[in-house]
Design a protein around this ligand. Sequence first.
Ligand code: PFF
Length: 448
Amino acid sequence: MKRDSFSSKFGVIAAAAGSAIGLGNIWRFPYIVGKNGGAAFLFVYLICIILIGTVIMISELSLGRKSQSNPFGAFKMLKSSSNWKYAGFLAIATSFIILSFYTIIAGWVFSYFCSSITGKLATIAPENLAPYFQNIASNTPVVLLFNLLIIGITAFIVISGVQDGIEKYSKILMPILFFTLVILIIRSVTLDGSIEGLEFLFKPDFSQLTTKSVLEALGHSFYSLSLGMGIIITYGSYTKNEENLVSLSLKVIAADTIIALMSGIVIFPAVFAYGFEPEIGPPLIFITLPAVFQEMPFGTIFETLFFLLVGIAAITSTISLLEVSVSFLTEEFNLSRKKATLLLSIGLFLLSIPSTLSFGAWSELKVFSLTLFDLFDYVASYIFLPVGGILTCIFVGWVWGTKNAFKEISSNGMYSFKGYNIYNIIIKYLAPIAIFIILLYSTNIIKL
Ligand code: PFF
């Protein structure tokens, strides 16, 4: 059976950038930049993504392209008769668990999109926006309905295939996302008092820069670039041999960072212009920003555009997260794409129920003093994700071997010996050690 693949250069970039650009870019990145010293932190972040992010991304792409396989199959093929295939399985499991709560948040976003387009959100008094959000999140049937909608849209695109689904929709959605951001930026930076927000984001403050911020930069680069969870391996397997993996990685990383910065330029000037406090995560987009839009002339229009933007960012990420498991089931169990997607969608919906309930009837249920939603997030994002990253580095650096990886990377134009040496040192030593330190830090084994 011929494997489906991406058909055009722009298609690969749109799909991979679509995966990378997600909720993390909008509500996490701008905030951590602002809190950790603005441009000073940005500088550290850029070094992290250029040194470590690029190297891991090209390694994952080359694993996928060489093996022409899903993450489980890739590890299995490149080192047969070993347990390494379970490292691939871990990556698949991580992406599936993350997807099970990512769709819930994406569902909230769609519910906010609906209530902004109908004008309902604009009528809620600012002091009632926090209780409104609580009500939405704890209304299990409604959340599950929106969750089903997101899973349905994601499944529809994934069932349509790599070229006719993922690539086609990424090529349409990513430009829409970009132009929506441009419109919102123009609105935000032309508000009186927007300069304070720009200063929050960009003013270099080296006193805020600590070891902790360096770890935060590295941790975020992993999350933001969708590394360590099989996505990039899977997309690499759909990438043609003519594609230059180094330049592809650099373009995706540049797009991810530029969009994250653009989101910051939309959000913080507006937040500061109307005298609100910067926040991180759900409170920023579901509580603070609706209040900001209420103050803005024609705010409802901009608010609707904003939630459209966040929704698009989320969907192009959910399709990549689902595709990992779909490629696994179709290739390892010979299921049709349609059957695999439907089966996984049902599983996903069921798995998301406990997380949904943790905002409602099960809000008191705690495991290790975490709600089920937080537990899933913690285990997947703070333990499995870095472990997956470390295993990928060890596999490429020591098991499959940097020579083989470099051969695949430079299959369409030899890179220099110097390039190889740098690659070799980073993937064998620097990257796994750095990620291991993040793991120790995020599991509180070391405290800073
Ligand atoms: N990279 C996307 C984002 O930043 O939102 C999607 C994503 C991948 C989110 C992996 C979380 C994650 F752990």
